[in-house]
Each structure stands twice: as C-alpha cells, then as structure tokens.
Design a protein around this ligand. Structure first.
Ligand code: UP5
Ligand code: MG
Length: 199
C-alpha cells in the first residue's frame, strides 16, 4: 500500500500549560505519535557524540529557542523512524513547536511538502498557572529550567516569540483553543470532543 502523508497537529501553549500531559492522554486513546521538541532536544543534549550538547544545554537554561536546523532534523527523523516501523502511524502530535519565526521557516522549507498540518491545538492558561505548575514540578523533575530564573525567561520568550506564531495561525482559522487552567481530566474532555469533531 502507498504510505500515507504524515498528518500533523502542532501542540502549543506556555511552559507547563500541560502540553505533554495531554499529548500522553491523546496517545492512549487515539492512534497518534507524540513528538515533543523539548524532549527530543533534551535527549540530543545527552547523546554521546552529539556536537550540539552544550549549545542545547545553554539555550534551554536561558529559555531561548534553539536554532531550527537542530530541532527540525530531530523532528524529521522522529517522524521518518515512526513511519518506517509502522506505516499506519502517520498521525503526529508535534509538541512545543513551532515556537518562533525561525522555527516556522525551518518547518516550511524542510517539511511543507512532506507533511500536512491539520491545525494548532492551543492550551491556554495564565502565566501564573504556568509558573506554579513548573515550580511544583521542579521539586522533582530534575529539569534545569524549572526554577524561577529560567521560568521568567521562558515566559518572556513565550510571550515575545511564540504567541505571535499562534496569532498567525489564528488569523488563518487554524487554532483550536482549550482552557488549560482546569484539571487534567476536564481539559482532556474538551480535547476529546475537539478531536472527535475534527475527525
Ligand atoms: N499539570 C499538567 N496539566 C495539569 C493540570 N491540568 N492541572 C494541574 N497540573 C497539571 O505539565 C507541567 C506540570 O504541570 C507537570 O508537573 C504536570 O503534572 C502538571 P506538562 O504536561 O509537562 O506541561 P508542558 O506544557 O509540556 O510543559 P513544558 O515545561 O514541557 O513546556 P515548555 O514549553 O516550557 O517545555 P519544552 O520541553 O517544550 O521546551 C523546553 C525548552 O526547550 C524551551 O524553553 C527551549 O529552550 C527548548 N526548545 C527549543 O529550543 N525549540 C523547540 O522547538 C522546543 C523546545
Ligand atoms: Mg512538555
């Protein structure tokens, strides 16, 4: 059979909005593959022989967005590997990407012909909720950016660079917004309704 073209949902929202949590729940119920750009970068940072380890390390600690050449390759490989192992796995949740203009341009130049973006799933909550959740998680996460100093920078980057990308998609009618300030199950109920409507 002919391989299907990858179908992508971009999952965006502030730091700690619940992107990863909700993606894990979507994977449990639907045939999606979850690719978190942040997780892929953290794994690449630890990989023996990676030439980008130190760069990724310092960008993440500073809440800055890693140059897209690095991220797009990790995402592309993740998608290709998934589809090579199982042709039926052509639906992807791309979590935490694209975060800025550079990311968007990188996606367009490398992936535009190779994948269809269906819409942006936007987890919307206040900065305070984001900060509280990340600080709480920071007690045990071991993430180098779950501290007040890094969080301030992550929020700044989100407001300055990522919100404009969400607005761009919004203007094209491509954003599906979920109120992410509620409980995990309440948020997921909305996510489910939305995915079932979109088909
Ligand atoms: N939690 C979740 N949902 C909850 C709810 N409804 N009620 C109460 N608590 C809830 O959740 C965060 C915490 O909140 C957890 O403890 C969870 O139990 C709880 P999570 O699901 O992990 O939220 P998520 O939105 O995934 O938060 P995350 O911290 O992963 O978001 P970020 O966007 O900040 O992090 P990411 O890993 O995507 O990126 C990290 C860094 O990598 C970036 O700052 C950047 O430096 C770099 N990066 C790039 O450079 N380029 C990229 O393309 C991607 C990342
Ligand atoms: Mg995450």
């Amino acid at each position: 059979a002919l391989a299907m073209k990858p179908q992508v949902i971009f999952v965006l929202g502030g730091p700690g909005a619940g992107k990863g949590t909700q993606c894990a729940k979507i994977v449990e119920s639907y045939g999606y593959t979850h690719l978190s750009a942040g997780d892929l970068l953290r794994a690449e940072r630890m990989r023996e022989g990676s030439e980008f380890g130190q760069l990724i390390d310092s960008y993440i600690k500073d809440g800055k967005i890693v140059p897209v050449e690095i991220t797009i390759n990790l995402l592309r490989k993740g998608m290709e590997e998934t589809m090579r192992l199982n042709q039926d796995k052509f639906r992807f949740l791309i979590d935490g990407f694209p975060r800025n203009q550079d990311n968007l341009q990188g996606w367009t130049s490398v992936m535009e012909d190779k994948a269809d973006v269906k819409f942006v799933l936007f987890f919307d909550c206040s900065d305070q909720v984001c900060i509280d959740r990340c600080l709480e998680r920071g007690k045990s996460s071991g993430r180098t950016d779950d501290n007040r100093e890094s969080l301030e920078k992550r929020i700044q980057t989100y407001l300055q660079s990522t919100r404009p990308i969400i607005e761009l998609y919004q203007k094209q009618g491509q954003v599906r917004t979920v109120d992410a300030s509620r409980s995990v199950d309440e948020v997921f109920a909305d996510v489910k309704a939305l995915l079932e409507k979109e088909g």
